[in-house]
Ligand binder design. Structure first.
Ligand SMILES: [Zn+2]
Length: 412
């Protein structure tokens, strides 16, 4: 009896730390399984939280039952301030300690830079910057990726394409996870995968994720580098055309069922034409390529093409220098306020317009959108409409790969 009493006393004294320990053990265990997605990195971050939530600050739990708006600053003295804009209450955090925002209700959500998020937010304090990392379940993450990547206006005919997208988004994430061990694994951008949270997802998106649950693509015994793009322009690119590395299941080939039609031809933006005046081109190149702002644009032409017909190297002359631009950089040197993403693809030809024998405009006319390696999203939508199932779509775009179930035992 005494022994039991001693144990009970001990537990009473230790109650708080035991609960604390259990909470953090569960917390860190569950975080290990979550998707870690970078949301933003900045010195100042505004965040709105809709619904019940709490903020776990070093040594303090800040609970809130109502909608709130906070602003978080990295201050000049290396402290971080968190201001509740509704009440004016401010907390200061020293020594670059991280803190967390949690949602306490299934209908609660965060909004940062006009984008909504669920799950949990980690505010990681670095050197002069704050990085916000969203931790969420793989299933929630995939609902948002399939929505952002293949659209939330899907119909029944698109379901097999959405399933293929769910499998490759899951494979892509796990591939990244197997390679990177930093604070976050993936970015919410076209660099990795786009993610869009919706309060209510389309039933086809949910069906695509749930019905392919645990399925991923393998090549031999390794996870596939399941890259994809919006529209391959009619001819898929090989991995070496874009990243210089040869990968057996990412080969250049015609994206069509026969040689008379392309799977992605139905895309309304399959063909593009971008016209630049010499003046505009010169200003863009001054910003993105030329060494000196005094350089003047003279001419541009295609030097070589890859096996899939993509522009492999481009030559640009200024009055002072010859520049050779290669691979995907070819697309990005034309980024500007008007042409935000640069050239849509590298499957293009160049036309010149002269005025009084003087070059006045340069026109890029081409097809596709994106790097063109792996699954072509518009092509997959067409194949789905034609009655192909997601397994056939995946084996068309990633030949030689196999579909396997992982997480046996119910882990999602
Ligand atoms: Zn295509």
């Amino acid at each position: 009896m005494n022994l039991l009493r001693n144990i009970l006393d001990y537990l009473m004294i230790k109650k708080n730390s035991v609960i604390f320990f259990i909470f953090f053990s569960l917390y860190s265990l569950s975080l290990a399984d979550l998707v870690k997605m970078k949301v933003v990195e900045s010195r100042m971050i505004g965040i709105k939280v809709y619904g019940k939530h709490h903020v776990l600050l070093p040594g303090y739990l800040w609970k809130s039952l109502a909608d709130k708006e906070y602003v978080i600053y990295y201050l000049d003295n290396d402290e971080v301030s968190i201001t509740d804009k509704t009440t004016g209450k401010v907390f200061f955090i020293k020594d670059r300690q991280n803190f967390d925002f949690f949602l306490d209700d299934k209908d609660s959500y965060f909004v940062i830079e006009k984008q909504a998020f669920v799950g949990h937010l980690l505010f990681k304090i670095g050197n002069k910057t704050i990085t916000v990392i969203n931790n969420l379940s793989l299933r929630d993450y995939l609902y948002g990726v399939v929505t952002a990547e293949i659209g939330d206006n899907l119909g029944k005919k698109d379901l097999e394409a959405a399933k293929a997208q769910a499998v490759i988004a899951r494979t892509y994430y796990l591939y990244q996870k197997s390679k990177y061990f930093g604070d976050y694994i993936i970015e919410n951008s076209s660099k990795n995968q786009n993610y869009l949270y919706k309060r209510k997802y389309s039933k086809y998106v949910m069906d695509a994720v749930n019905s392919t649950s645990d399925e991923v693509l393998f090549y031999k015994n390794e996870l596939v580098m399941a890259v994809y793009s919006a529209d391959c322009g009619g001819y898929l690119a090989s991995s070496e055309e874009v990243w210089s590395k040869e990968i057996p299941y990412l080969k250049a080939k015609w994206d069509g069922l026969d040689f008379y039609s392309e799977n992605c031809l139905h895309n309304k933006k399959h063909f593009y034409k971008l016209k630049f005046s010499v003046n505009e081109l010169e200003n863009i190149l001054k910003k993105n390529l030329f060494n000196s702002p005094k350089e003047q644009f003279r001419t541009i032409y295609i030097k070589s093409r890859t096996s899939s017909g993509r522009v492999d190297s481009l030559i640009i002359y200024s009055n002072l220098k010859k520049y050779i631009v290669e691979k995907e950089k070819i697309r990005y040197i034309f980024k500007s306020r008007r042409v935000k993403t640069g050239l849509p693809s590298r499957l293009f030809s160049i036309y010149y317009i002269y005025d009084d024998n003087k070059l006045s405009h340069v026109v890029f006319a081409g097809t596709g959108y994106g790097h063109g390696v792996g699954l072509c999203q518009h092509g997959a939508l067409f194949l789905s409409e034609q009655g192909f199932d997601y397994k056939s779509i995946l084996s068309f775009y990633y030949p030689g790969t196999t579909l396997r179930k992982i997480f046996k035992g119910g882990r999602k």
